[in-house]
Design a protein around this ligand. Structure first.
Ligand SMILES: [Zn+2]
Length: 270
């Protein structure tokens, strides 16, 4: 019965692209939506040939979310970002993201976070795994500890109301693709915070400062910690996690997200 009602709703209320509002065609609203070869000319150049082939021939993206044109408007990040930490002697942290955040990526991440859009995870995770794989390959083998993906935690009350932590879902997807492990209990949320999306840049940093406690000092000491979040905007959330990690003498740290801003993220220190 529910299936029939869904069918009727779909038939009577045409679905629109979340980003541009265009009515989606039948291919874009199928059970899944395979991007045709050549969908991402910029990204295909950026990828190794075998992965570019997989992208064109096989990767599925969530149906009924974005139209093909908006999928193609995602902007591949052409270089690795750095989080700059003023007050830390010019110290920076690698910021790995396959895309620059633009309107289309923002809609996709909002769909994941606020509309129960778990179907966005495989596609975003595919690109994040590619970006992280490149980064890990660039590290000198003798100098790098074993990587460990650590999702930025949600406060338990928010995770309960949402039903999942989107950063954990993304981390698990990336981990499965690259054969590395995930630790979801590295931190605890010491206090709840306002949603970062409703705050300006300076409020974001203050909002999350001191919000996290470190639970697994043993792992922080010995592993190459890859913090995972959906988007990095001001970097305030990542900085708050790094501050908690630095309670231990950390081996190595980087941040992985689906999207980042174009300009370097600068922190005022927490
Ligand atoms: Zn569109």
């Amino acid at each position: 019965m529910r299936g029939f009602i869904s069918f009727l709703v779909d038939a009577l209320v045409p679905r629109s692209c979340l980003a541009c509002g265009r009515q989606l065609n039948s291919a874009e609203t199928g059970v899944e939506f395979r991007l045709p070869a050549g969908s991402f000319p910029g990204l295909a150049e950026f990828l190794a040939a075998d992965l570019a082939f997989e992208l064109g021939a096989g990767i599925s993206v969530p149906a009924s979310v974005l139209c093909l044109s908006c999928w193609m408007r995602l902007e591949p990040a052409d270089s690795m970002g750095r989080l700059e930490r003023s007050g830390a002697a010019g110290e920076t942290v690698p910021l790995i993201a396959p895309f620059f955040t633009n309107d289309e990526l923002l809609e996709l991440v909002r769909f994941l976070k606020y509309s129960g859009g778990r179907s966005a995870v495989p596609a975003l995770g595919w690109w994040m795994a590619k970006a992280l794989g490149d980064y890990l390959e660039s590290l000198p083998a003798h100098a790098s500890a074993a990587p460990l993906l650590v999702p930025v935690p949600l406060h338990p009350s928010r995770e309960k109301s949402r039903g999942y932590n989107q950063a954990f879902l993304l981390a698990r997807e990336v981990a499965a693709r690259l054969g590395i492990s995930v630790e979801s209990r590295m931190f605890c949320r010491i206090r709840n915070t306002k949603s970062q999306s409703k705050l300006d840049d300076s409020e974001r940093t203050t909002n999350v400062a001191g919000a996290f406690g470190l639970l697994r000092e043993d792992l922080a000491r010995t592993r190459n910690i890859i913090l995972v979040d959906d988007l990095v905007t001001t970097g305030g959330t990542a900085l708050a996690c790094i501050a908690a990690l630095e309670k231990a003498p950390i081996a190595s740290i980087a941040v992985l997200s689906a999207g980042r801003v174009r300009a370097p993220c600068r922190f005022s220190g927490v």
